[in-house]
Design a protein around this ligand. Structure first.
Ligand code: BES
Ligand code: MN
Ligand code: ZN
Length: 502
């Protein structure tokens, strides 16, 4: 799909499908033609008026309608999408309307598409949101099918192939920006969707190498022996059970801006490429068959690295993941084992299924030693967070109010929802161990809070740290407005907006 920004107005554009977007207040009552559309309606043989009446289209959010216009009309199909009330409209309204338009254009087999949506925010933000929403909605992952669905059709053309953003001349940069961000989101989706027999810690390291090579980043991959030398006992404890052909990899990508960096930031992602639970093996109903998604944090981290390496912010960036599987074998952690992390803290492993925090412990100690201004980690950490906030919203915890506010702002602009949760220190009682410095799990209540409190023990010198639990949104059972069922690529757009605003 190719996007172009052109000056042409909807009434003058010729092609297969024309998309028009409306607010609710464009309609005095359902089925009436807004005045500014009467001229265009004349050119389109009255199709707009007919469609409004037939579909009872009134500009409501997430509504859409499409129809054939005529043979000799300047456009063959007309697609209407609603944006809801204008005072409530956000970039997210544009993203969702563009997604709907893209899906309708595909089913109407429009090869060339003209898109005219009202401006929300500024023209650049609107164009960026259109490109994001439409591209993400039409994304399809057919890597693991022997035959693509389109090939099964007689006609395997792409619909739409060319998308012209109307009355948007001068917005080529916004298209380019959206495409750079999308390359990161698509990477994250592909990594999360890849099955665990195809994606190992080595694959994540190879992906980091590709990003480093194609965008000029520095890459360090610490092998198992190097991790041992650094005393990363928590991370390596989890990795112990894996076969020798699936060893752990500690991945660290660095981006340095050309001038002086305004800030230094570390982004840490949980990279468990398959979570069996370990000897506390996941049981029926635990979703073990979806636990390839347990590297969703690493996927978001690498996706953000790919996007940001192209966007080139004036910020030094460190992308880190301690990648491993969580398996069972004769070498597996015993429930009850005591591990020593790289900051010297000892952990009684009372549940081998709480492995993410063990891997993150050493990753956070490493990030903390870099002398950065802020650390943000993303992790598919707890089922409890998924239960609390569902598939649409990530939970987050922060030791710094400004960082918490900045993440909230990035959440609003990106449309990736987050909700702040308390770092209730009193609950640390629940993870005190009689024999070691702490246990890796506490009681069931507030399970995602004790997980966050556990992680906090591994951040000492960095003033701003936030933990984002993406167990819900990284993998969704249902298709969303512009996310497929399964891997969403959640986190890349949130991180990009946060870093570029820093
Ligand atoms: N990877 C899981 C968390 C998870 C669960 C992510 C469901 C996505 C969907 C994590 O490693 C885990 O197993 N957590 C345990 C912690 C418990 C043992 C304290 C959980 O949530 O049950
Ligand atoms: Mn687990
Ligand atoms: Zn896990």
């Amino acid at each position: 799909m190719d996007f172009q920004a052109i000056a042409t107005a909807p009434a003058d554009w010729t092609g297969d499908g024309l998309v028009l977007g409306f607010f609710e207040e464009d309609f005095a009552e359902a089925g009436t033609l807004p005045e500014q559309l009467t001229a265009l309606d004349g050119k389109l043989d009255g199709a707009i008026a007919d469609l409004l009446t037939e579909a009872k289209f009134a500009g409501k959010a997430n509504s859409g309608a499409s129809t054939r216009v005529g043979r000799n009309t300047p456009v063959k199909k007309l697609i209407l999408v609603g944006l809801g009330k204008s005072e409530k409209a956000k970039s997210e309204s544009i993203r969702q309307a563009a997604a709907k338009a893209g899906k309708l254009a595909k089913s109407e087999k429009c090869s060339t598409l003209g898109v005219a949506l009202p401006t929300v925010g500024d023209a650049g933000q609107t164009v960026q949101a259109i490109v994001e929403g439409m591209s993400l909605a039409l994304y399809k992952d057919e890597r693991f099918k022997s035959k693509s669905d389109d090939d099964k059709d007689e006609d395997n053309a792409e619909y739409p192939a060319t998308v012209s953003l109307l009355e948007a001349d001068g917005q080529a940069d916004a298209i380019a920006k959206a495409e750079q961000i999308l390359s990161g989101v698509v990477l994250a989706r592909k990594l999360v969707a890849a099955p665990p027999n195809e994606l190992s810690p080595q694959t994540l390291a190879d992906t980091a190498k590709d990003i480093a090579d194609s965008h000029g980043l520095e890459l360090t991959v610490l092998e198992q022996d190097e991790c041992e030398k650094r005393g990363m006992g928590a991370f390596l404890g989890v990795a112990k059970a894996s076969a020798t052909d699936a060893p752990p990899k500690f991945i660290h990508l660095t981006y340095k801006p050309e001038g002086t960096a305004k800030k230094k930031i570390a982004i840490v992602g949980k990279g468990v490429t398959f979570d069996s639970g370990g000897l506390n093996l996941k049981g029926p109903g635990s979703g073990i068959e979806t636990m390839k998604m347990d590297m969703g944090g690493a996927a978001a981290t690498l996706g953000a690295a790919k996007a940001l390496a192209q966007l080139k912010p004036d910020v030094e960036l460190h992308f880190i993941s301690a990648a491993t599987e969580n398996m069972i074998s004769g070498h597996a952690l015993h429930p009850g084992d005591i591990l020593t992390a790289s900051n010297g803290k000892t952990i009684e492993v009372n549940n081998t299924d709480a492995e993410g925090r063990l891997t993150l412990a050493d990753a956070l100690v490493y990030a903390d030693a870099l002398g950065v201004d802020a650390i943000v980690d993303l992790a598919t950490l707890t089922g409890a967070c998924l239960i609390a906030l569902g598939n649409d919203i990530a939970g987050y915890w922060s030791i710094d109010d400004d960082l918490a506010a900045d993440l909230k702002t990035a959440s609003e602009s990106s449309g990736e929802k987050i909700w702040q949760m308390p770092l209730e220190q009193k609950y640390f009682e629940g993870i005190k161990s009689p024999i070691a410095d702490m246990k890796n799990t506490g009681p069931r209540p507030a399970g995602s809070i004790t997980a966050a409190l556990f992680l906090k023990e591994f951040v000492k010198d960095t003033e701003a740290w936030a933990h984002i639990d993406i167990a819900g949104p990284a993998w969704t059972s249902k298709e969303g407005p512009y996310t497929p069922a399964g891997a969403s690529g959640y986190g890349v757009r949130l991180l990009v907006d946060w870093v570029t605003a820093s």
